[in-house]
Design a protein. Structure first.
Length: 746
C-alpha cells in the first residue's frame, strides 16, 4: 500500500479542516458494514454515503477494505464491491451482562466468550439471545463484538423496588446486572407504592426512537424487607412461579383418591410387610418408602417403593403441563414451592403412615453382603407402618451401637460372630438390618470407583416471621446414607434394565442422569494446588485410578486446615450432572447406567421414567429420542435455575442473620478468591462475606487464579485459599444480598 501523502492538504477534510486518517476511515467503514450486515456496497455507494469526495481519500478507503478482506472482516463480492463476511463475522449466541461493564458474548457453538463494550451492546440484557458482528481487531486490543440484533429477550418480566414520585414512577431492578431503571406510567402501577417489591412486565424496549424501557406492574409482592415479599421476589427474578394457577388447583381437587379393589388386584400387595418412610423432620411429601422381610435361604427382600404419581397425573393434562413447566420442586430456606399441587404432593401421592398408597416399586432379593440375587419392577400397593425423621433413625442406630461413630467408640463390638443381643427400639431389627445392607452397598460403591464427596450444607433455624435465629451445617449421617444407598441402587438398576442390551440390539429411549469426566485442565490445577500442602493426586490414567486417588486425597485432608480449600478446588474440576437420552454414564457414582426414578413428586424426569417403564413393561416400542432429549434439556435448565434461586434465598438469610452483628469479629478461613476481593467463611456459623481488595491495606495485589492466591507487590503479603484469618463484619446489605468484611485489627 502506498504511504499516505502528508503534503496533500485537500485530502479527506472534516468540517473545520481536520483531515481523516487511516484509523478514522477504518472506523467509518466498520460502522457502515456492521450496521448493514446483509447489504453489498459498491465503491460508488460507499464514497457517497461516507462523503469520501477526494481521490486520496477514496484510494485510502479501497486499501483499508482490501486489508479488511484479508482479515476476513469483509467479503469481496466483485472487483468494486464488498459486504460483511457473515460466515466468520456474524454469529448468534447469548449476551452476558456484568455490573462492572465487562459484558460478553457466548457463541452458540461453545466458542470463547468475546468482550462487548457497553456502547456496542444495543441495550441487550443478561441472557438475551443476540446476533453479533465481530469488529475488526485494533492493534494491541482484545477481540470485540458488536450486538447487531436482539433475536430473543431472555425475560420480559423484571423484579425490583418501586419509586413513585409526583410526575412519574419507575422500578429499580433487584438484579445488579440490569443497568436501566424502568419507567412505569402511573395508571399502570396496580396500587404499588414507593418501596414496594413488584414484578413489572416490559411493554416497550429501547429502539432507535425510544431510549427508555417502559413497563407495567404485573404484581405487587409487598413491602421491601418483608419475608414473603423477598422470597417471592427471588422466585420472580428467575421467572419461577410463586403461586399455583387456579385451574391446576381445581383439577387436583377433582382427582378421585379412592383405591378400588380392582386396582389392588392388579398390583403386588405389600400392605402386610414392614414398611417405613425416613425423611427430614419438616417434610410433608414422602415419595419413597422401604420395606424389608426375611426370606428362606438367608435372603432379605427389600422393597424400594416410590409414589405412583403417573397413575394420578395423566400425560398432557393441565397438572402435567404445569409440572413439566416447573420441572422440579424448589426448596428455599423457609418454604417449598412444589412441582405438583398440594393435594397431590402432600396428600394423595405422599406415602403417609397407616394409609393405603399406590407405588411403583423395585423389589430386591439380597444376601447378607447386599449382593442382588434377584430383582423385579412392579406396580404395588403399600401401607407404611411408621414415618421416621432422619434424627429418630439416627438415634436408634446409635442406641444400638451400629452408627459409624458409636461403632468406633465400641471398638466394632458387633462382629458377625458376636452373640446376638436384644436390640433397643420399635422396629429396631428391621432398621438395623437395612442399615447393615446399606453400609455394604456403600462400601462396594466406593470400591468400584465412586467419588467420595460428603459436602456439608448451610441451614438456618427460622422463627415464625421467617427471621433466621441460628445458622449451622447439616452433616449427612448413617440414617441419611441408609436412604441414599437404596435410592441409588433402585435408580441404577432400572437404568441398567433399559440401557444394557445384548450386542447388536438397540436400547430403548430413556432419560438418564449423566455426569461427564472431570475437566483435565482443572484436575491439573488441583494437582498443582494440593502439592503445596504436600499431597499428591493422579490426573491421568484410568477412571478408576483417578477416582481412587481423589478419594485418598479427601481422606488425607479430612480434619486439616486445608480441607475446605482442597474440597472446593476438587469440586470445581467436576462437571455438572444433567439429564440426557444419550447415555455416557455417571462419573461421580461410577455407574455405567443411572437415571432418576425415586422422586416423581418433586422431579419431572422421574415422572417421565415411570411412564416409559410402564409402557415398555406393556410391550410398547421405543419412544422418540429427539422429543425426550428436548424434555431432558428443559429439565436440566430448570434444575439449574431453581438451584440459583435456592442459593439466593440462602444468601438473603445469611445477610439477614448477620445484620445485627456489624462490628463483631470472628475466626474465619478464606473460601474463595477473585481479582476484586477475598471471600471468607466464618468458622462459627459458616456465613460467607467478602473483603474487597481496596480494604486489604496499602498495597497493589496480583491475583494468581491458577494457584488460588493473592500476593501484595510491595509487602509480599499472601492470601491463599483455605488460610485462617480473623475478620470484622463491616456491612450487611440485605437488599443486595451482600455481606462485607474487613480484616480485624488483631
Amino acid at each position: 500500500m502506498p504511504p499516505e501523502n502528508k503534503n496533500d492538504k485537500s485530502m479527506g477534510k472534516k468540517k473545520g479542516g481536520k483531515r481523516l486518517g487511516k484509523k478514522q476511515v477504518s472506523e467509518l467503514l466498520q460502522n457502515l458494514f456492521q450496521h448493514n450486515p446483509n447489504e453489498t456496497f459498491s465503491f460508488k455507494q460507499i464514497f457517497k454515503v461516507l462523503k469520501f469526495d477526494t481521490h486520496p481519500l477514496k484510494m485510502l478507503a479501497i486499501d483499508v477494505m482490501e486489508e479488511m478482506a484479508w482479515d476476513d472482516f469483509l467479503l469481496k463480492v466483485s472487483d468494486n464491491s464488498y459486504r460483511l463476511n457473515l460466515k466468520t463475522q456474524v454469529q448468534e449466541g447469548t449476551f452476558r451482562r456484568k455490573a462492572n461493564g465487562r459484558n460478553s458474548f457466548l457463541p452458540n457453538d461453545g466458542g470463547t466468550p468475546v468482550f462487548v463494550a457497553e456502547r456496542n451492546s444495543m441495550s441487550a440484557m443478561d441472557g438475551d439471545k443476540v446476533k453479533v458482528s465481530y469488529m475488526a481487531r485494533r492493534d494491541k486490543h482484545i477481540k470485540e463484538a458488536m450486538v447487531i440484533e436482539i433475536v430473543k429477550r431472555a425475560h420480559d418480566q423484571i423484579v425490583g423496588k418501586l419509586r413513585v414520585e409526583k410526575d412519574m414512577a419507575f422500578l429499580i431492578p433487584q438484579d445488579p446486572n440490569f443497568i436501566h431503571d424502568i419507567i412505569i406510567p402511573k395508571r399502570k402501577l396496580k396500587g404499588g407504592k414507593t418501596d414496594d417489591k413488584a414484578v413489572v412486565k416490559v411493554v416497550q424496549w429501547p429502539d432507535s426512537e425510544h431510549k427508555n424501557i417502559i413497563g407495567s406492574v404485573v404484581d405487587v409482592l409487598g413491602k421491601t424487607g418483608e419475608n414473603n415479599a423477598e422470597m417471592h421476589a427471588i422466585l420472580a427474578q428467575y421467572n419461577l412461579p410463586y403461586k399455583y394457577p387456579k385451574n391446576v388447583e381445581d383439577a387436583a381437587e377433582k382427582i378421585d383418591a379412592t383405591i378400588t379393589q380392582q386396582e389392588i388386584d392388579r398390583r403386588e400387595d405389600f400392605r402386610d410387610v414392614f414398611t417405613c418412610t425416613i425423611d427430614p423432620k419438616d417434610a410433608k411429601d414422602f415419595d419413597d418408602a422401604l420395606s424389608i422381610r426375611k426370606l428362606d435361604g438367608g435372603l432379605w427382600e427389600v422393597g424400594v417403593h416410590i409414589a405412583d404419581v403417573s397413575h394420578y397425573v395423566r400425560e398432557g393434562s393441565a397438572i402435567d403441563k404445569e409440572a413439566y413447566n416447573r420441572a422440579t420442586s424448589i426448596y428455599l430456606v423457609d418454604r417449598t414451592i412444589p412441582m405438583l399441587p398440594e393435594r397431590l404432593c402432600n396428600f394423595i401421592c405422599s406415602l403417609r403412615p397407616d394409609e393405603e398408597k399406590l407405588c411403583y416399586s423395585v423389589i430386591f432379593q439380597l444376601d447378607d453382603e447386599a449382593n442382588i440375587k434377584k430383582w423385579h419392577l412392579a406396580h404395588t400397593v403399600i401401607r407404611s407402618n411408621r414415618r421416621y425423621a432422619y434424627e429418630e433413625v439416627q438415634q436408634l442406630l446409635e442406641d444400638n451401637g451400629v452408627a459409624e461413630d458409636t461403632r468406633k467408640e465400641e471398638g466394632e463390638r458387633r462382629k458377625e460372630n458376636t452373640p446376638a443381643r436384644k436390640l433397643k427400639g420399635e422396629y429396631a431389627e428391621e432398621l438395623v438390618k437395612l442399615d447393615a445392607l446399606a453400609k455394604k452397598l456403600r462400601e462396594a460403591r466406593f470400591k468400584n470407583g465412586s467419588v467420595k464427596f460428603d459436602r456439608e450444607e448451610l441451614h438456618f433455624d427460622i422463627d415464625e416471621n421467617g427471621k433466621p435465629v441460628k445458622a449451622y451445617f447439616k452433616v449427612s449421617k448413617d440414617a441419611n446414607k441408609l436412604i441414599e444407598e437404596f435410592m441409588l441402587l433402585a435408580n441404577k438398576t432400572v437404568a441398567e434394565s433399559i440401557g444394557r442390551v445384548k450386542k447388536g440390539q438397540k436400547a430403548k429411549t430413556l432419560p438418564y442422569r449423566v455426569h461427564d469426566q472431570p475437566d483435565p485442565q482443572k484436575l491439573e490445577n488441583l494437582r498443582q494446588f494440593v502439592s503445596k500442602f504436600g499431597y499428591k493426586v493422579k490426573t491421568s490414567g484410568t477412571k478408576g485410578a483417578i477416582t481412587k486417588s481423589l478419594n485418598s486425597l479427601m481422606a488425607d485432608a479430612q480434619g486439616t486446615r486445608e480441607q475446605n480449600a482442597i474440597e472446593t478446588v476438587a469440586l470445581r474440576a467436576m462437571m455438572k450432572a444433567k439429564y440426557s437420552v444419550h447415555n455416557i454414564g455417571h462419573y461421580g457414582l461410577a455407574f455405567d447406567y443411572y437415571t432418576h426414578f425415586t422422586s416423581p413428586i418433586r422431579r419431572y424426569p422421574d415422572m417421565m421414567v415411570h411412564r416409559l417403564l410402564t409402557k415398555y413393561q406393556n410391550g410398547a416400542r421405543s419412544a422418540n429420542k429427539d422429543k425426550y432429549e428436548e424434555f431432558c434439556e428443559h429439565c436440566s435448565d430448570m434444575e439449574q435455575i431453581s438451584q440459583n434461586a435456592e442459593r439466593d434465598s440462602i444468601k438473603y438469610k445469611m445477610v439477614e442473620f448477620m445484620e445485627d452483628k456489624i462490628g463483631n469479629t470472628y475466626d474465619a478461613h478464606i473460601s474463595g478468591l477473585t481479582s476484586y476481593g477475598i471471600y471468607a467463611q466464618i468458622d462459627e456459623n459458616h456465613c460467607e462475606g467478602m473483603i474487597p481488595i481496596r480494604d486489604l491495606g496499602n498495597d497493589y495485589y496480583d491475583f494468581d487464579e491458577k494457584n488460588f492466591i493473592i500476593v501484595g507487590r510491595r509487602h509480599h503479603t499472601k492470601y491463599q485459599l483455605g488460610d485462617p484469618i480473623r475478620i470484622k463484619v463491616a456491612r450487611a446489605n440485605v437488599e443486595r444480598k451482600q455481606l462485607d468484611f474487613t480484616l480485624a485489627d488483631d
